[in-house]
Design a protein. Structure first.
Length: 341
């Protein structure tokens, strides 16, 4: 009689729904999917999920697995962790790369959940642990600040448009300027909270210092990267980090007749990509080696944006390396880039 070797629940998470599939790996290495159902992505849905999965457990442990999908997976991960069950949060690029190896022609929420369950059955996943409070706090503050800056830009554009009118409304201009002033004060308040949070954590303050030695990287950039990766908790190498940020290069090809242009996937953390844009431009202006790399890439393909993205990638990798090694930036950074793969 076959014995159950491992059990896993694959969960495809969206804003409002959890699509769940329970899979089993037997002693003869055969896989069976025994149950599937959808639950609401809220506390009552989490409780129903645990109860439902428990009916099929047969007294054996179950590995719960899900993708890191923005913020939508976080409440479920916290809930499962609080209930002392094995839970793993997988980087999206790992699942997407694994999905391509499967003979699945139609991508649905159900097939995605099935792929996650199968991935969990075949691999020994690292357990998810709650991010440190400092990273959670910084992420919330950084994202709030980003939203306010976007809102301020919109207000400035609106003010410019209003002033360009033949007969501008002075009352409208007054209100726009008042809203802009409020946003500026809130941005300043948030910046003070970020500085205070870092100041109160001596170990974090010390670990951030090497990152600031990279040309173009300021405190806000460093804090954004660290907060968005939870101190690189799920990142094991440079390739994973680049993919997590959506800065990995993809190319669509089909036989010998169809060859698409190479481009970055953008299937990753947009906050990281946004944070690396201006530092890369500053590094190109300030640092000789980055300037040479940029010039060489321009000479090769003539696309400035593509070359700038390559600099963003290198700088992001450097941030990861210096965080792990606690070394300061070396202008001859080829050796540093080779330290972590």
């Amino acid at each position: 009689m076959r014995e159950i070797f491992r059990q896993a629940v694959g969960i495809d998470v969206s804003q409002d729904e959890l699509v769940v599939i329970l899979g089993r790996l037997y002693s003869d290495f055969q896989v069976e999917f025994t149950a599937d159902r959808s639950f609401a992505n809220n506390q009552s849905g989490f409780k129903a999920l645990l109860s439902y999965a428990g009916k099929f457990a047969n007294g054996l442990p179950i590995q719960y697995a899900m993708e890191a999908t923005g913020v939508y997976h976080e409440q479920l991960a916290y809930f499962l962790s609080d209930h002392q069950v094995a839970v793993s949060v997988i980087l999206p690029n790992k699942i997407s790369n694994y999905f391509r190896t499967l003979e699945v022609k139609t991508i649905t929420d159900k097939t995605a959940a099935q792929a996650i369950a199968l991935f969990a059955l075949e691999r020994r996943l690292e357990p998810w642990s709650k991010p440190q409070r400092i990273f959670r706090t910084l992420k919330q503050l950084i994202r709030e600040r980003g939203q306010l800056i976007d809102e301020r830009t919109m207000q400035k554009n609106q003010l410019h448009s209003e002033k360009a009118e033949k007969y501008p409304s002075m009352e409208s201009i007054r209100r726009i300027e008042a809203r802009t002033a409020l946003i500026n004060s809130q941005i300043k308040e948030i910046q003070q909270e970020i500085d205070q949070a870092i100041k109160e954590d001596d170990s974090l303050l010390k670990k951030i210092q090497p990152l600031l030695s990279i040309p173009g990287v300021g405190k806000l950039t460093a804090v954004t990267i660290i907060a968005e990766t939870n101190g690189f908790e799920l990142i094991r190498n440079k390739r994973q980090l680049v993919s997590y940020a959506g800065l990995d290069v993809i190319e669509k090809t089909s036989g010998t007749s169809v060859r698409g242009k190479k481009k970055i996937s953008k299937k990753g953390n947009r906050h990281i990509r946004k944070a690396m844009y201006m530092p890369a431009l500053a590094a190109i202006r300030q640092e000789t080696r980055f300037k040479h790399i940029y010039a060489r890439l321009i000479a090769k393909h003539g696309i400035r944006m593509k070359a700038a993205v390559a600099i963003q990638r290198k700088m992001l990798e450097l941030i990861f390396i210096l965080w792990k090694s606690q070394q300061h930036y070396n202008p001859d950074f080829k050796n540093q880039m080779a330290e972590s793969n």
